[in-house]
Design a protein around this ligand. Structure first.
Ligand code: C2E
Ligand code: CA
Ligand code: CA
Ligand code: CA
Length: 275
């Protein structure tokens, strides 16, 4: 029994070691990814709930790994955050998304995700200004999505940065609303332009009366505060009808389109325009 115990322990240690090595490898790969153009931005349509017209696209990062193929952001964003690489990567996404969006019709915006770490670099506001001027994208067409974790730490500086950026005319959206512990108190802290209701609430709309009540309450809150609400992760007609019924202004989800490469965005936009 003793030797078996030791064996198990050694095996476990070896596994941990392998994991650590693999992580280290992925970290080095991630470092190279930016330099060797392995990143690509996909864009997911956001539509007006009433007219079903595309009003914007959310920029979602994709990594074409030379050996692994397409790596999901769920896998590499956390690693990029732990290593600090999210700062240069996030800056690349912001600049590229602004350039891409500058080529779209003037009524179509772009939403870019920001990591809490990007607020710690102190240069974020400057980066936003420079991304806008380099791309010539009007500030009103850019939206930045933050989760409440951004507001968890270093409140003063973060809030000052957010106010500065919003002062430029850029919209600020609270992402994944309802998944944290104090989403409500953050609405008091900063004048958000948009609330994105997390997809976990949308998924259960059909089966849970509570979820429907929560979505309705968030939408009503948004109306009182003058904040647009977006329903995330709408996959079915039934969910669409329900979020419409609750009064969500915008919809994002597979029902209207998965994240698409830029070329497909252009096809979609062209299809929308009378030729
Ligand atoms: P998120 O910001 O909440 O983005 C929405 C995610 O939900 C995307 O996953 C999108 O593809 C997925 N989604 C949209 N509609 C549906 C639907 O109807 N059904 C289902 N099942 N999923 C849907 P994705 O692209 O894998 O991104 C995952 C997360 O990675 C994002 O969540 C965001 O937190 C992070 N991320 C992606 N790109 C960036 C980036 O450029 N910077 C930062 N900091 N984070 C990013
Ligand atoms: Ca987002
Ligand atoms: Ca989200
Ligand atoms: Ca998320």
């Amino acid at each position: 029994a003793k030797s078996k115990g030791r064996g198990t322990f050694c095996f476990f240690e070896a596994t941990m070691d392998a994991n650590r090595q693999e992580r280290r490898k992925l970290e080095l790969d991630l470092q190279q990814a930016l330099e060797t153009n392995q990143f690509e931005i996909y864009y997911q349509p956001q539509v007006d709930a009433a007219s079903e017209e595309v009003v914007g696209f959310e920029a979602l990062l994709r990594w074409h790994h030379p050996e692994r193929g397409l790596v999901s952001p769920a896998e590499f964003i956390p690693l990029a955050e732990e290593t600090g690489l999210i700062v240069p990567i996030g800056e690349w996404v912001l600049r590229q998304a602004c350039k891409d969006a500058a080529g779209w019709p003037a009524d179509i915006g772009v939403a870019v995700n920001l990591s809490p770490l990007q607020f710690r670099s102190q240069t974020l506001a400057h980066t936003v200004v420079s991304a806008l001027s380099d791309s010539e994208l009007p500030a009103s067409r850019l939206e930045l999505e933050i989760t409440e974790s951004v507001l968890l730490t270093d409140n003063e500086t973060t809030l000052a940065t957010l106010h500065h950026i919003r002062g430029l005319g850029v919209r600020i959206a609270m992402d994944d609303f309802g998944t944290g512990y104090s989403s409500l108190s953050y609405l008091r802290l900063f004048p958000f332009d948009k609330i994105k209701i997390d997809q976990s609430f949308i998924r259960e709309l059909g089966s849970s009366k509570d979820c429907a009540a929560i979505v309705k309450a968030v939408v009503d809150l948004g109306v009182s505060l003058g904040i647009t609400t977006t329903a995330e992760g709408v996959e079915t007609k039934d969910q669409l009808n329900r979020v419409r019924e609750q009064g969500c202004r915008e919809i994002q989800g597979y029902l209207f389109g998965k994240p698409l490469p830029l070329s497909s965005v252009h096809d979609l936009i062209r299809g929308r325009l009378p030729s």
